[in-house]
Ligand binder design. Sequence first.
Ligand code: GSH
Length: 126
Amino acid sequence: MTDATFKPTVYLKTGCPFCLKVRLFLLETGQLDQVVLREFVPGDDEVTAIRALLAPVVEKVTFPTAELTPGRFTTESDAIVAYFAKLAGVDPDALPTYRSYLDGVHKGMQSLFRENLQLKKQAEAA
Ligand SMILES: N[C@@H](CCC(=O)N[C@@H](CS)C(=O)NCC(=O)O)C(=O)O
């Protein structure tokens, strides 16, 4: 595949809040058609193929991961968003739906995640 025909691929895990963040950003900036989305549901057949593909090229397989240019893989949602924000010339902070998700549901999920971790540690120590 030449650079002219290359389309970035974004690998997403269904239910992952960081993956929804990237998807929402692409949707709100009208860039969904600029990427190939490969999304899997944990436990389905696609997950094995995606993990096998990513394992040799990233330090640790996490989602989202994007191949932004041929052979260049990025595993941080902020870096993926920053890449597409620059391409589109938009400021992510100025996007109402994206910001609303980050400041609301996403923030809430992260805080629940931390709380759950702490409770697990306490339960293990008891
Ligand atoms: N720092 C990462 C965090 C991503 C992350 O924690 N993703 C989780 C899913 S929500 C993950 O990939 N966990 C390992 C796995 O599912 O194999 C980002 O912002 O992109």
